[in-house]
Each structure stands twice: as C-alpha cells, then as structure tokens.
Design a protein around this ligand. Structure first.
Ligand SMILES: [Fe+2]
Length: 334
C-alpha cells in the first residue's frame, strides 16, 4: 500500500526532561507520603502531581498509552533524581536500601505510571513491593532473573504466564554498572513480524506454546513448560500482541517449534539496547515488546548497577478476585 508522506508521523521514543523548570522539578523532588508505609496516599499524591507535569510529557505519555509506537518503548531522560543519590549505597540482595531516605525515584515511577494505568505488585516478587530494587545478587550471576549479571537476561514478556500480567513495565535507573556496558535490551513484535513467513505467523497465532512459571515466582528448579498453553501472537494479525519467553516457553509440536525458532531469530536481529543512566525512566509496552539485559560484571562494593521497577495495569478490576480490597498486591497462586 502506498503511504503518502503526509500520513507518515514521526514516532516519539524519547522525551528529554532535562529542561524542567524549578516548578516541574519540584513535583518530583518535594517530599510527601512514604511510599512503603503509606502506599495508597503516596500513589494518590503522585497521580495528582502528575496532572501538573509539563504538557509535552503528558502528551507523550498519552500517545504512548493509546497508540504505543513501533518500538513499544518510551524513554524519559533527565528526570530529577534523589538529591543524595551519589552517596546512597546500592542495596544488597534486592532489599530496600537502608540509606535511601528520599523517594524521588519511587515518585517518578508512580507519577509516570499513573498516566499509563495503575501500579500493582505480585506477592511472589519482592514480597509485593510496589517499587522493587533490581540489583546484582551474589551467587545469582548466571540466573535468568533480575538478580543475574554475568549472563545475558534472555528476552521475555514480563510474567507471560500470569493471568494478570502488567500492560506496562517501568524501569528507573539509579546507578549504571561500573563499566557502563549493561544494556537494557528490547525488541518489538512490530519489527520482528515482517521477518516471519505466513506459515510461521499462522502457527504462532495458535495455542501451541507452553510457557513456564518464572524463577522468581517459585520455579527455582527452572522447569521449562510448566505453565499454561498459549498462542505466541494474538490480537490484530497485522499488528499483534506478543506472549514470549525465550527461556521458559516451549512449543508443543515440531512445526510450532520451527515457528518459535524463527521468531527467536527475528527478535535477535531487530532488538535494540539502551544503556540506562541516572534520571532515565524507561516505559516498556509489555504486550508488544519483550525485554532483557546484556551481561555485565558486578563488584558487590555497594555501587553496583541499580534499577527500580514498577508494574502497571490498565484495569485494576481484572485482578480484583486475587487482591484484598483496597490493596495493590496481586496474590494469584501457582
Ligand atoms: Fe523482566
């Protein structure tokens, strides 16, 4: 189909927030409720603050929420950071940092997340914290989870096996790795789909794929294929959504396996990476784009790579049956 130049729109993947004036910066920097002891008040306050963010950032988030983009990511760069960040030590073992006394990173996640949907957590992940520290964990260097480091984290949709998987995944960077080599990798189905044959596409649209329960949800033996059977692709045939986990998903027939291999190769050839730095907040459209991480070498010296993560759903009601009323923690058992 011919596309006239006037109908081609420039897609927005990145928003520069470094030029915030004092008023905009103070929305992020001014102290408020404690996100860990008074979570609901913190979230409401953040949502109200987000209403006052500069119009350009609200517009970018609105477009991303409604139409996404072909990359399935939106990177906000240059956001305000916690004032003492340079001296706050990276927490060990993904526990909350005992020396982080300000909550700018948490506020950034909650404010940006509120424009996309509602923050939720999962009881199996970091005890249901809404703001989760992603740090390299000693002994887990080779593990396929956020605590790993020296091995590439393979491409996955976040919690692909879960009936209430988040529509968005938010990552805020508090500290890069020592060598500045760790990349957050991402690959969208929009870019991978044109590399797949019609036959492979049609197989991927059928429920021929058994996924696995994540290591962090209790599958510590890393058994593959112990989760539900799903189609890999669903939704619009020309602009589909994607269920995919490179590590844990297995095909149920030989033909289906060929198609899954083709998708794996397509993802490997279209993926991109971003080296997150402090002040970066990456929004990932979890229905269109799979993500992972390159390998890096931790030092366990208190200044290792440190991200915080939040999950966002568009409709809280879907998971109501598995949440306590008024709470954000999803308690589905596996
Ligand atoms: Fe992930």
């Amino acid at each position: 189909m011919h596309t006239s130049p006037s109908s081609v729109q420039t897609e927005l993947y990145q928003v520069d927030c470094s030029g915030f004036d004092a008023e905009a910066a103070s929305l992020f920097l001014t102290a408020g409720a404690n996100p860990y002891t008074d979570a609901e008040e913190f979230l409401f306050d953040c949502e109200m603050r987000a209403d006052e963010m500069p119009r350009t950032i609200r517009r970018a988030l609105l477009e991303f929420q409604v139409h996404s983009n072909s990359e399935g990511i939106l990177l906000l760069r240059g956001l305000p950071v916690d004032p003492d960040l340079a001296t706050v030590r990276t927490p060990a073992n993904a526990h909350r940092s005992p020396d982080k006394h300000t909550h700018v990173s948490e506020r950034s996640l909650a404010m940006i997340g509120s424009r996309l949907g509602h923050l939720v957590s999962y009881i199996q992940e970091k005890k249901g914290d809404l703001f989760q520290n992603l740090v390299p964990v000693p002994g887990n260097e080779q593990v396929q989870s956020s605590g790993g480091s020296k091995t590439r984290l393979q491409f996955h949709r976040e919690t692909v096996f879960h009936p209430y998987a988040p529509e968005y995944l938010l990552l805020v960077c508090l500290r890069s790795d020592h060598d500045h080599i760790a990349e957050t990798t991402h690959a969208s189905i929009s870019h991978a789909l044109p590399l797949l044959s019609e036959d492979h596409r049609s197989l991927l649209f059928q429920p021929l794929y058994r996924t696995g329960i994540d290591y962090s949800f209790g599958n510590v033996q890393t058994v593959k294929g112990n989760g539900p059977v799903l189609p890999v692709l669903y939704g619009n045939p020309t602009d589909p959504f994607l269920n995919y986990d490179e590590d844990l998903m297995v095909a149920t027939t030989a033909e289906a396996e060929d198609a899954l291999d083709a998708l794996k190769q397509a993802i490997a050839s279209v993926y991109r990476g971003v080296k997150l730095v402090p002040g970066d907040l990456l929004c990932i459209d979890n229905r269109r784009t799979v993500h992972g991480r390159s390998s890096f070498t931790p030092r366990y010296d208190g200044f290792d790579r440190w991200l915080q993560r939040s999950f966002v759903v568009r409709d809280l009601g879907r998971s109501a049956i598995d949440r306590h009323p008024g709470e954000r923690v999803i308690r589905t058992r596996f």
